[in-house]
Design a protein around this ligand. Structure first.
Ligand SMILES: [Zn+2]
Length: 326
C-alpha cells in the first residue's frame, strides 16, 4: 500500500475557457502533483465510454480503470435518498445564493440537484476518490480543474482534505473570442450574421460576468482558507512569477521543467481540446483583431467594469501587450 500523506487538492475555479486545462497540466508536470482534469465528469466519462486524455477509454485507462475499481461504492451517496438532504444542507450555507439562483422555483432547484448528484455519484464524497488515486499513484497532491461551485462547497467542508483554491482569471474579451471561434455564423445572410454575432457576444459577456460574480462572492465571503489568484496571461508570459505564490503556499519548490508539460502524458478527464495535441506555451492575442467594434461595445456595456477590476481594459486595445503589461 502506497501513500499515507494528507490528501491535498488544488481546486481551480473561475470561468470556463480561461486556460484551466493548461494550468492543470503545467502543475501536473511537477513530480509531486497529479493532474486529473474536470474530474466531476468522471462518472459520465466512465459510463458512456468516453476517452481519457491518454486516448484510451476511461474504463480501459491505466490510471482510471484501477482507481475506479478501488472506489468504495458502499460509501457513496445514494442519489434518491440523499439529494434532498444535500440540498437542505447547502441551503443553510452562504453558498446557496451562488450555487442555486435565488429566484429559481423549487422544482428547478430540485432538478438541478438531482442532475448534479447523479453526474457526481462517485466523486461526491470526494475523499474516497482522492484516497483511491493516492493508493494507486502514491501522489497526495491533486489538481482538479472542475471549476463548478457545488464541488468546491463539498471539498471545502471535508476535514480530511487540505484545500488550496486557485482563482484563475482570463481577459473576458479573449473568452468571448474563444467561444466564438469554433462556431460558424457564415450560414446566416450578411446583415443577420452581424446581429447574431452581436447577440452571441452579449450572451457570452453576461455568462462571463455572472460566473465571476459567483466565484468572487464565494472567495470574498472568506470561508476559503487558501486562495491564490492567477491571471492566465501572466501564467503564459511568465510561469515562474505567476506560479511561485501557489508553490509557496503548497510548500513546494517551483520547477522550471513544468514549462515542458507538453512532453508529458496526462489522464485528465475532459477539458479544452488543446489537451489532445499539446503545444508549448504561447500567448493568444488573435482576439484583438477577430472581435468587431460591436463586440467590444457590447462587452464593455455588460462586463467592462469586471474586466477592469481584473486589470484588463474594457474596450478595443490599441496594443494588448502594452495595455496589460505582460
Ligand atoms: Zn488515461
Amino acid at each position: 500500500m502506497m501513500g499515507s500523506d494528507k490528501l491535498r487538492v488544488i481546486y481551480v475555479t473561475g470561468c470556463g475557457a480561461s486556460g484551466s486545462t493548461l494550468l492543470g497540466m503545467m502543475l501536473g508536470a511537477h513530480s509531486e502533483i497529479l493532474s486529473i482534469g474536470e474530474v466531476f465528469r468522471l462518472a459520465r466519462y466512465y459510463r458512456d465510454g468516453l476517452t481519457c486524455t491518454c486516448s484510451e477509454k476511461v474504463s480501459d485507462c491505466e490510471l482510471w480503470a484501477p482507481v475506479w475499481s478501488r472506489l468504495e461504492w458502499d460509501k457513496l451517496i445514494d442519489v434518491d435518498k440523499d439529494s434532498e438532504r444535500l440540498f437542505q444542507r447547502s441551503a443553510e450555507s452562504k453558498y446557496e445564493a451562488e450555487v442555486v439562483h435565488p429566484l429559481a422555483v423549487r422544482r428547478w432547484r430540485d432538478a438541478f440537484y438531482k442532475a448534479f448528484v447523479s453526474e457526481n455519484l462517485p466523486t461526491l464524497q470526494t475523499e474516497h476518490l482522492f484516497s483511491a488515486l493516492n493508493l494507486e499513484t502514491g501522489k497526495s497532491i491533486f489538481v482538479d480543474t472542475s471549476k463548478v461551485l457545488p464541488r468546491l462547497w463539498y471539498l471545502n467542508r471535508n476535514p480530511n482534505i487540505e484545500l488550496t483554491v486557485v482563482y484563475l482569471v482570463r481577459d473576458g474579451r479573449a473568452y468571448i473570442n474563444s467561444l466564438r471561434r469554433p462556431r460558424d455564423f457564415g450560414r446566416f445572410p450578411g446583415f443577420l450574421r452581424s446581429i447574431v454575432a452581436c447577440v452571441a457576444s452579449a450572451v457570452w459577456a453576461n455568462e462571463w460576468r455572472q460566473s465571476h460574480a459567483n466565484v468572487s462572492a464565494i472567495v470574498d465571503a472568506g470561508e476559503l482558507e487558501r486562495v491564490v489568484r492567477i491571471r492566465y496571461e501572466e501564467l503564459v508570459a511568465d510561469p515562474r512569477s505567476a506560479l511561485t505564490p501557489l508553490f509557496d503556499s503548497l510548500g513546494l519548490t517551483y520547477d522550471d521543467g513544468i514549462v515542458e508539460y507538453f512532453k508529458g502524458r496526462f489522464h485528465n478527464i475532459a477539458g479544452s481540446p488543446s489537451r489532445i495535441s499539446l503545444r508549448p506555451l504561447s500567448l493568444e492575442t488573435s482576439w484583438v483583431k477577430s472581435l468587431t467594434w460591436w463586440d467590444y461595445f457590447v462587452f464593455r456595456l455588460i462586463a467592462g467594469r469586471r474586466n477592469v477590476r481584473f486589470g484588463y481594459g474594457s474596450f478595443c486595445p490599441a496594443d494588448p501587450l502594452q495595455e496589460q503589461q505582460y
